[in-house]
Design a protein around this ligand. Structure first.
Ligand code: FES
Length: 107
């Protein structure tokens, strides 16, 4: 299973194995990662699954939809060039070793 590395705002790192086809958000919430709220359950409606993807790995991700782009304008923590919604990131073998930084807050 691909490993995804979550980095908390204090620098603490947690590495999780997440099944392919599952979203980064689903893997994180199922395994109790603090810092991802996912109020809407992955329907691209809440922006509380915001993460900052390691910039060097952005090209590995699927293109951003208009809905995701619009929601990212309303995140609780500042939007940055490497902001993504983790519910819109399906885990694939290519994402093994992906590093996602958690924002200071989601709401
Ligand atoms: Fe709501 Fe991702 S879980 S937008």
């Amino acid at each position: 299973m691909p490993s995804i590395i979550f980095v908390h705002p204090d620098g603490a790192r947690e590495e999780l194995e997440i099944a392919e086809g599952t979203s980064v958000m689903q893997g994180a919430t199922a395994q109790g990662i603090d810092g991802i709220v996912a109020e809407c359950g992955g329907n691209c409606m809440c922006a509380t699954c915001h993460v900052y993807v390691e910039s060097s790995q952005l090209a590995l991700l699927p293109a951003m939809s208009e809905e995701e782009d619009a929601l990212l304008d309303g995140t609780a923590s500042e939007r940055k060039p490497n902001s993504r919604l983790s519910c819109q990131l399906p885990v694939t073998a290519a994402l093994d070793g992906l590093v996602v930084n958690l924002p200071e807050r989601q709401v």
